[in-house]
Design a protein around this ligand. Structure first.
Ligand SMILES: C[S@@+](CC[C@H](N)C(=O)[O-])C[C@H]1O[C@@H](n2cnc3c(N)ncnc32)[C@H](O)[C@@H]1O
Length: 291
């Protein structure tokens, strides 16, 4: 596994895993955070969830020698259902580390506009279909709305028009990227970011319903967690962070717990130098009231 866990020490500091704790990692990925948590809970039970079938297979192999660790394929938005069906107890500690892992970039899923030859998939789970098919059925107006709302892209209308004009010919990441580049001014953002950055983010959020999943997870938290339980969420862009910030604020005002972080925790210069993915990471944490 090449994925380096982001804000690892900071996650441990806010979650305070203790011997015997029950832990749920809703985005287990390459298992970096999970391994650090497992090492601190001793024989406590642990549930690793991921939506990507191949990731789940790899995790199953890695945890074979740890009978207290269970692995489940699924959406973290459905954790209450997983808890009922497995069954798995309520958690003392829960973690989400959002987005995709570096390992997934090697698996031809089309997450990055730099992988020009890859097919237009962009979904974590194969069961969710592909971006290529979705692009064929969305109207130009719907596409423009998605690119505006989830990418905050000022040229959304022009990009949507260009995509719809050639959507039947779009097969690869390179085809989509070229359509976007052709629709925006040559001086796009003065060269600060690649013109496809915001549109790719928007389409990935849309096709996986990432913000809907996050909002649903946050709604189910009181059901998932034990009294006194701690939850941490690492987000990678402002739309996600805003949803987490608002939910933690609202739960505190409802009197069911307290924010552990008033301001989000960011990665140190040293970590960003080692792992550029950490640059935009924001960690927020919340604790439920003890019984
Ligand atoms: C950033 S990686 C997690 C890395 C992990 N913390 C580690 O240390 O290796 C995010 C993972 O979340 C998974 N994922 C994304 N959306 C999901 C969802 N709705 N439900 C479950 N897993 C999801 C992805 O497949 C990916 O493996």
């Amino acid at each position: 596994m090449i994925h380096a866990p982001v804000l690892l020490q900071e996650v441990i500091d806010v979650l305070q895993p203790r011997s015997g704790d029950t832990v749920i990692d809703g985005t287990a990925g390459a298992g970096g955070h999970a391994e650090a948590l497992r090492a601190r809970i001793g024989s406590g039970a642990m549930l690793l969830v991921d939506w990507d079938e191949e990731t789940v297979q790899a995790l199953e192999k890695e945890v074979r020698s740890f009978p207290q660790v269970r692995v489940a394929h699924g959406n973290y938005a459905d954790i209450p259902e997983l808890q009922r069906t497995l069954p798995f107890p309520k958690a003392d500690v829960a973690l989400l580390d959002l987005g995709f892992s570096s390992d997934q970039l090697l698996r031809g899923k089309g997450f990055s506009f730099q992988k020009r030859e890859e097919p237009l998939v962009m979904t974590y789970s194969a069961a969710r279909g592909s971006l290529r098919d979705a692009l064929r059925s969305l109207s130009e107006g719907e596409l423009a709305e998605i690119i505006t709302a989830f990418g905050e892209e000022r040229y959304a209308k022009k990009i949507a028009k260009a995509i719809v004009a050639r959507r039947n010919a779009l097969q690869t990441v390179g085809d989509l990227s070229d359509a976007i580049v052709g629709a925006v001014p040559k001086s796009y953002e003065h060269g600060r970011i690649h013109p496809a950055t915001r549109t790719f983010q928007a389409l990935r959020i849309y096709i996986n319903d990432e913000l809907g999943n996050l909002a649903q997870f946050l709604r189910t938290l009181p059901e998932i967690m034990k009294p006194g339980g701690r939850v941490a969420i690492i987000s990678f862009h402002s739309l996600e962070d805003r949803i987490v910030k608002t939910a933690f604020h609202d739960m505190e005002h409802a009197g069911i717990g307290k924010r552990i972080t008033r301001k989000p925790i960011s990665a140190s210069f040293e970590e960003v130098a080692r792992n550029p993915r950490a640059r935009s990471a924001k960690l927020r944490a919340f604790t439920f009231l003890p019984s």
